[in-house]
Design a protein around this ligand. Sequence first.
Ligand code: NDP
Length: 391
Amino acid sequence: MSTVLIVGAGGVGNVVVHKCVKVPEVFDKIILASRTLEKCKKIASALNRPILVEQLDADDVKQTVSLIKKYKPDMILNIALPYQDLPLMDAALETGVDYLDTANYEPPDIAKFEYKWQWAYHDRFKKRGIMALLGSGFDPGVTNVFCAYAAKHHFDEIYYVDIVDCNAGDHGKAFATNFNPEINIREITQKGKYWENGKWNEIEPMSVSQMFDFPEVGPRKAYLLYHEEEESLVKHIKGLKRIRFWMTFGEQYLTHLRVLQNVGMTSIEPVEYEGQKIVPLQFLKALLPEPASLAENYKGKTCIGCIFEGVKDGKSKKIFIYNVCDHHECYKEVGGNAVSYTTGVPAMIGAKMMLTGVWRGEGVFNMEQFDPDPFMEDLNRYGLPWKEIQL
Ligand code: NDP
């Protein structure tokens, strides 16, 4: 029986809370804290078990520390934004509680995400005897666990990994992002990057694409992007020669994005407007629909997984491990879309692994460093069943 402090009441936070409430044998007492108290209350009102809600600015370490002292949680689940990773890790260190998140740190003023800032906490977490689990969403998260599972059960050596992320859903809006618009647009307007033969190769944003035939979805065009799990996976997969990440985008989305970029609306450089400094991308976020609001009319499916090529017992082998998730089914279950659902369920499972001692360690860890089997079992049990096929 544990007490958890969940920080962040957005699309993903909503799913995490719904899922934790359904596992009372692990998540006994839940405190949901976020910048806007009303959003916490709205989530709480849709649950069939009471939780506690609090207002919190997680950028302020002191506020988080006093909330932790008040409720004495066993761990913090950071479901706010990547900007809050370091202040929440500082609060965890100060109070000696475990930490989990779903996205790696990026500084607000540079559109760059890297594990180096969070890996730098390893020795301090170890010395304090606490654990941090980084990137417990779908990608990163489940994709890392798929890699550990493939390495454990299917291959002697994995040579090539292609992580493929397809959202074939339609929310009926002309332009919207499936998770936080600021974080999403920063990610896809950066230069792309992939790792081959020991070095990173950079490409212009969205300049390389390929068709993939996604199970239960069909053929879709996917674009090569840089994604954070590649950074830890190149360290942990033995014999790896190449890893790439691909994401699908519809033509309508790309056309809107191109126009917004061309007129400067995706810039994170502050501009002066009527005597006030504004960041164009933050202003754009204020205009776009909240990702959580897209769920009601979302139709279609996501398909996310990893294509592996390597050798087993001297023979070449190629397999695809993946999950398919239906937007409307997610809405019926938790009132969220499939992108929030596929992120929120693994966050709950990661926390369960830590709280039950199934995954344990002192320091800062990525998902592929632990035994994948209990996590894979829980994916089937808690709403994200996976399949594996020979290619
Ligand atoms: P949302 O923007 O919907 O929600 C973010 C929440 O965090 C909001 O409730 C926001 O408050 C709150 N918040 C922001 N700043 C603070 C702060 N300083 N203190 C307290 N609360 C704060 O985002 P999503 O739910 O879509 O995404 C949540 C996280 O999940 C992000 O880090 C995202 O990158 C990650 N993600 C990971 C994926 C994966 O597969 N690994 C996939 C998709 C998302 P307010 O409501 O006031 O704005």
